[in-house]
Design a protein around this ligand. Structure first.
Ligand SMILES: Nc1ncnc2c1ncn2[C@@H]1O[C@H](COP(=O)(O)OP(=O)(O)O)[C@@H](O)[C@H]1O
Ligand SMILES: [Mg+2]
Length: 354
């Protein structure tokens, strides 16, 4: 079911350069969280710290009752097996075909027979849509396929925690949409705890259950998707809406004169755009850890921006949700016949009449 990760007061510096300080957040078990931030704010450093590849200066990373930075080497090695990681560059071995690349962790870390290895590799290749590409070399395939292969390799040891660094970097918008759908589908199937690093705003707005934002060496905010998408906090609002007006400038921070000029021009951050419905698994099922649309807003007395939670067909997902959940959870499980959401592009129920 995935495990919770609790980060407390984490600080990391290289020499005199503090990358971020006092970062605290909880990745809820089984949920999808996204970590956002301008380039160079230390998102990759954060992922590497989580898996113990970099040692933080201060703070805790609790996985169950184990505090990673304080584990003896042997226990750290064991705990790392809970993690599947897809780094930014994919890091496939160029001289190995996809099958051998994906089999690598199994051959390295387990004593499984080649028969078992084959069963697992083929299962994961099917999950990421790569069946038939076993013999291909990394140099012969597209960027999107490389990411899929990296994902399959991150999945072979059945991780409780999946960390993915910029799955969308270098991909076109359509490939990114497919990859986002794959991430949601994988979460629905394996129920691990996911942390995705990205700077793609659309990914951040539609994929996760939770969003965090790193800026100016701090975690500005971390919480449920609806909390950040309805937030008036200037940095959060500027970043999640990809605006020029706000504290973030061309080279990370605007200086005082730029901000003053902006204020004189009467630049207004404007109204918040609607909160989009969350991407659903392509079989239309509700993920076990999925939050009800509008749930956070309702529980916190926040009125979401006008037009929120309405899909491309004009359906309001706050109103539809109870009916949808009931229709998708018949006794014995499985999608209800003729019901909602037959894989219609991933938005809740897109393509099906209510
Ligand atoms: N091993 C390292 N040694 C020294 N500095 C590093 C190291 N890794 C990253 N950095 C620095 O940490 C900062 C954050 O890097 P990174 O995590 O890659 O940013 P992001 O992933 O958010 O774009 C950068 O200034 C980078 O140069
Ligand atoms: Mg990075």
């Amino acid at each position: 079911m995935g495990v919770e990760i609790r980060v407390e007061g984490l600080t990391k510096s290289f020499g005199r350069q503090t990358i971020w300080q006092d970062v605290s957040l909880t990745l809820p078990a089984g949920e999808i969280s996204v970590l956002l931030g301008p380039s160079g704010t230390g998102k990759s450093v954060f992922l590497k710290s989580l898996v113990g590849l970099l040692k933080p200066d201060r703070g805790h990373i609790w996985v169950g009752d184990r505090d990673l930075p304080r584990l003896p080497e042997a226990q750290l090695y064991d705990t790392r097996k809970l993690f599947g990681v897809l780094f930014q560059d994919g890091a496939l071995f160029g001289s190995m075909n996809l099958y051998d690349n994906i089999a690598f962790p199994l051959r390295e870390h387990t004593k499984k027979s080649e028969g078992e290895v084959k069963r697992i590799v083929m299962e994961k290749m099917e999950m990421v849509g790569l069946l038939g590409a076993e013999k291909k070399l990394p140099g012969e395939i597209s960027g999107g396929m490389k990411k899929r292969a990296g994902l399959a390799r991150a999945l072979v040891l059945d991780p409780e925690i999946l960390l993915v660094d910029e799955p969308d970097s270098g991909l076109d918008p359509v490939r990114t949409a497919y990859l986002n759908q794959l991430i949601v589908d994988l979460n629905s199937q394996i129920n691990a705890t996911f942390l995705i690093v990205t700077h793609d705003i659309n990914t951040a707005r539609t994929v996760p259950d939770n969003i965090g934002l790193l800026f100016r060496r701090e975690l500005v905010m971390f919480g449920p998707r609806e909390m950040l998408l309805s937030s008036e906090e200037p940095v959060v609002r500027q970043f999640l809406n990809a605006r020029k007006v706000g504290p973030i400038g061309m080279s990370e921070e605007k200086d005082v004169s730029e901000l003053e000029a902006e204020a004189k021009m009467g630049h207004d951050p404007g109204r918040l755009p609607p909160i989009p419905p969350q991407l659903m698994p392509s079989d239309g099922r509700v993920r076990p850890t999925q939050h009800a649309p509008g749930g956070w807003c309702a529980a916190h007395g926040v009125v979401p921006p006008p037009g929120s939670f309405i899909d491309d067909l004009g359906r309001n997902w706050v109103e539809e949700w109870p009916r949808y959940v009931a229709a998708m959870s018949p006794v014995g499980g499985g999608p209800a016949p003729g019901g909602f959401g037959q894989a219609g592009g991933g938005r809740p129920g897109a393509g099906a009449a209510p």
